[in-house]
Design a protein around this ligand. Sequence first.
Ligand SMILES: [Fe+2]
Length: 268
Amino acid sequence: MSQLKEAGFEYYHIKERIQYAGMEKDLVQLQEAFDYLPSDEYAPHLHRFRRYARALVMPGTHDVKWLPETRIDGQAYYEYFQGSFNPEYMGEYRRFPSLDKRSMNNKLLEEIIKFDFKETFWMREDALMPFHAGVHFVKLQVEKEGDVAVSSPNTLHQDGEPFTFAHLIRRKNISGAVNAISIPKHRGKMPEDIPEEDITSSFYLTEPLESYSVYDPLVTHFVGDVKKGPEAGPGERSAILIDFQPTVIADPDQIRSMRGQTESMIYV
Ligand SMILES: [Fe+2]
């Protein structure tokens, strides 16, 4: 059983899991895409920039197919719905500018989506249909002394999607962005307000492609504030977040209660 299945959390480095000729060049191309992220129109004051796209992943072959985007005034968007899990955006649809086509055709991104998907586990009923992958490019950028960039939601939380994978793309000239993992009962609290023994793990992602994953029903997770570092020029923390969920849920209540019992779940 993987650590993700057993503990609901795993830290890893993509460079130890994926290797191919040209990978460095593909990473540079993904890093460049983060230079052109538009401001998050739902939270511009939080110094957050983002793009998003949705894909299907086939069980068995793990082929990745991007879903069609929505076009508004000539711009490409993907709709985003997080249900009731993010208290800051309860039950609302949000819409984010689409990932750029170069990133969507980037081999490293595709390899990461496939690798992550292979780490996920499901109930047999889930695996009859393709899976949904939500791919977020999120940059926190702080321009000047005193600016604070904040992740959403800004507490220990669960995302609602069964799995989320986070991959650092670039961290420069910042302080903060501590990651913390805890247990579900501390949802909504700050890590400093809970007993230290209930912090499962606490760490910083510093190198490109350092990563962690969570199996949402078993844990809560947190990313701390980002402040500008001592060097001249802006500070930045850029990450790719990938979440997976089934495309069909037969009986949501039954499935929700079964998801805590990972022994019977399968890799697809
Ligand atoms: Fe999250």
